[in-house]
Design a protein around this ligand. Structure first.
Ligand code: NAD
Length: 288
């Protein structure tokens, strides 16, 4: 029979990724507790399930794009009775949660793919994500063509959790770059430089990074602060990264400073604020 795909979690990322599976001609059934999210998916031609358990009873391969490790663990348990063949977790959960979910699913005979993504909502909409994937090679051969519908795929290892480690390193660097760029931009603007000109110069110079090329021009300079990534989720990733680094005995000095700035951003603008709001915090301190 036709392989049925399931997609659980139609949030900022999932709502932008699941339609690529539909567009490629796959049968896709989705679930999200948000009525607005499932209505939009249905309007785009997808099927909707009543619960994660209901979805997993219909689907051969189930994708997850969920906010936290605890929710991924909870939902993974809900899909076990439905016996899908493979669960692909696109969320950022950290290696420990990924290893534990892989074990629970494996004990039920279900294959697991650790597959966090980078590139934000814009990358998801444009199928230009980077997908870091850890799973046994036989499963990789099967899921790679599906993951390629979301962007560029990298098989980083066979063991669950390895792709999560890769992702935590990336996200720590992304937040560090955002923090340092917020400081540098505030300094220039206070001295009378035009922020758009500053970005042009930085993007042709050695200070170029993902904040100068993407976050600042798209979400900070226009004042929209709508990059599509919540401060609380960025804090979750930073905590996962710093906890792993500490457990591994890897010293980190810069990462904790960037985390402190995320904490202040959350205190100022709330957990659901966009993490690019960090630039506003620095501007206020600087009196820009
Ligand atoms: P989000 O909060 O926008 O979306 C999460 C979705 O999960 C929501 O629609 C919510 O209703 C749904 N959900 C919550 N609990 C659920 C449950 N028990 N069962 C089913 N659905 C449930 O989050 P997001 O920004 O889309 O991020 C999803 C994951 O991807 C996170 O792990 C995040 O760290 C990661 N990520 C996000 C970005 C980004 O830029 N937004 C980029 C890369 C990775």
């Amino acid at each position: 029979r036709v392989t049925v795909l399931g997609f659980i979690g139609l949030g900022s990322m999932g709502s932008a990724m699941a339609p690529h599976l539909l567009a490629a001609g796959h049968k896709v059934v989705a679930f999200d507790p948000s009525a607005a999210a499932v209505d939009a998916f249905r309007a785009g031609g997808g099927d909707v399930a009543a619960s994660a358990a209901d979805l997993s009873a219909q689907a051969d391969i189930v994708f997850l794009s969920l906010p936290t490790p605890a929710i991924v663990q909870e939902v993974a348990r809900q899909v076990i009775p439905g016996k899908p063949r493979i669960v692909v977790d696109l969320s950022t959960t950290g290696p420990r949660a990924s290893i534990s979910v892989a074990q629970e699913l494996g004990a039920a005979g279900i294959g697991f793919v650790d597959a966090p993504v980078s590139g934000g909502r814009a990358g998801a909409l444009g199928a230009k994500l980077a997908l870091m994937v850890a799973c046994p090679l036989a499963i990789w051969n099967e899921v790679q063509p599906l993951l390629a519908l979301f962007g560029k795929t990298f098989h980083v290892g066979e063991g669950a959790g390895q792709a999560q480690t890769m992702k935590l390193v990336n996200n720590m660097l992304s937040v560090v770059a955002l923090a340092a760029t917020s400081e540098g931009m505030a300094m220039g603007v206070k001295a009378g430089l035009d922020p758009a000109v500053m970005l042009d110069v930085l993007n042709a110079s050695s200070g170029r990074n993902s904040a100068t090329t993407d976050k600042m021009p798209r979400a900070v300079l226009p004042g929209s602060f709508d990059f599509g990534f919540a401060t609380q989720l960025s804090l979750k990733d930073m905590k996962l990264c710093l906890d792993e680094a500490e457990a591994a005995g890897v010293p980190m000095i810069v990462g904790p400073a960037a985390r402190a700035m995320l904490n202040i951003t959350q205190a100022s603008y709330g957990p659901d604020s966009d993490f690019t709001s960090m630039a506003k915090v620095v501007e206020q301190w600087a009196g820009v």
